[in-house]
Design a protein around this ligand. Structure first.
Ligand SMILES: *Cc1c(COP(=O)(O)O)cnc(C)c1O
Length: 341
């Protein structure tokens, strides 16, 4: 397969159209077979459920070229499962999980020329999503839906080396208790835009959201889960029903326990404990882990001992091990790597 002519090292994180996408329609109570198409346009009624009442959810995962030259995806079955859960919570018909994985395989294979080469730091980002596509004006679920997957190559998340970021404790809330924080719904992102634009204007890279009910517990950022390391080397991740269950975070915790022999705790984390941690990072598909150097909290600063120059040693080890597994340099746990070709 001849690769597309792209300057892989310098593409950044933006949309670059690739030749093929997968489309399946839900009508009369059933999903059709679905197919690959070159048509990147979605044509729907002006009254579509997604346009009026935001009935939509999505996923995000990546395809990589490994050290051995294979194209692989990382745990797509977990994206299928999570999208199933998102769909049910939004009263949408779930797309069958085995077909989801099959569709990911097809669309990556069809766009193989756009999977960046090993060592470039770039990857092929895969975006499955679905939405209510027929007309609804009274507030109710749509009758018809479309499921699609497109791909776009994305550059290395950290250009010129990883630098710790500075974040702030947000005055806005991300997800209500018993709300939709645990699913990957577009609506969670729509309402986070004002908070992130505000944070950026103030010079912060991200928001730390606390639990809206008591504002004493750490939840997550707009698009990544927190991972902390205690001074005696335990990995701690916040637990809450309104946190989106990050596949990266769950994988890092497994790696910490089973590859690095560390103690791992998934529990409620009080904001008042955060100042005592040695390291802090944000976990998600885009960056794997972004190290946090400093948290700004209404005039006070929490500065982690790992500093502002580089990742802390534990987060570095977690990052190296998980990216090693993804890139085929380290043997993966059974079922984690979906070989496409
Ligand atoms: C997608 C997402 C994450 C990261 O999940 P991954 O599966 O690791 O990519 C974390 N938080 C939120 C709110 C998200 O939408």
């Amino acid at each position: 397969m001849e690769k597309a002519r792209i300057d892989w090292e310098n593409i950044g994180f933006g949309y670059i159209k690739t030749p093929y996408r997968f489309v399946s329609d839900y009508k009369n109570g059933a999903w059709d077979e679905g197919k690959l198409t070159e048509d990147d346009k979605v044509v729907i009624t002006e009254c579509a459920g997604v346009l009026q009442y935001a009935q939509t959810c999505f996923e995000g995962l990546k395809a990589y070229t490994t050290q051995h030259g294979n194209i692989v995806c990382f745990r797509p079955d977990l994206n299928a499962e999570r999208m199933h859960d998102s769909a049910l919570r939004l009263e949408m018909p779930p797309f069958p999980q085995d077909k989801f994985v099959q569709a990911v395989r097809e669309v990556v294979k069809a766009n193989a020329a756009y999977v960046p080469p090993y060592g470039s730091g770039a990857t092929l980002y895969i975006r499955p999503y679905m939405f209510g596509s027929d007309a609804v004006i009274g507030v109710k679920p749509a009758n018809e839906y479309q499921f699609r997957i497109f791909t776009t190559p994305v550059g290395p998340y950290f250009k010129g080396g990883v630098k710790p970021i500075v974040i702030k404790v947000s005055d806005f809330d991300r997800a209500a208790p018993h709300g939709t924080g645990h699913i990957k719904a577009g609506l969670n992102y729509a309402m986070s835009l004002h908070a992130i634009v505000t944070a950026h204007k103030e010079g912060f890279a991200e928001n730390m959201y606390l639990d809206p009910a008591t504002r004493t517990k750490v939840e997550e950022t707009g698009g990544a889960n927190f991972l902390f390391v205690t001074k005696d080397g335990t990995v701690v991740t916040p637990k809450s029903d309104s946190i989106l269950p990050s596949i990266t975070r769950r994988s890092l915790c497994y790696v910490a326990e089973h590859y690095l022999g560390m103690k791992v705790e998934h529990r409620e984390v009080l904001f008042s404990e955060v100042k005592d941690f040695a390291e802090c990072g944000l976990c998600g598909t885009a960056a794997v882990i972004s190290p946090v150097g400093k948290i700004y909290d209404h005039g006070k600063e929490i500065c982690f001992p790992s500093g502002m120059e580089k990742m802390g040693p534990v987060i570095q080890k977690l990052y190296d091990t998980l990216t090693g597994i993804q890139m085929g340099r380290i043997e993966a746990p059974k079922g984690w790597i979906e070989v496409i070709e």
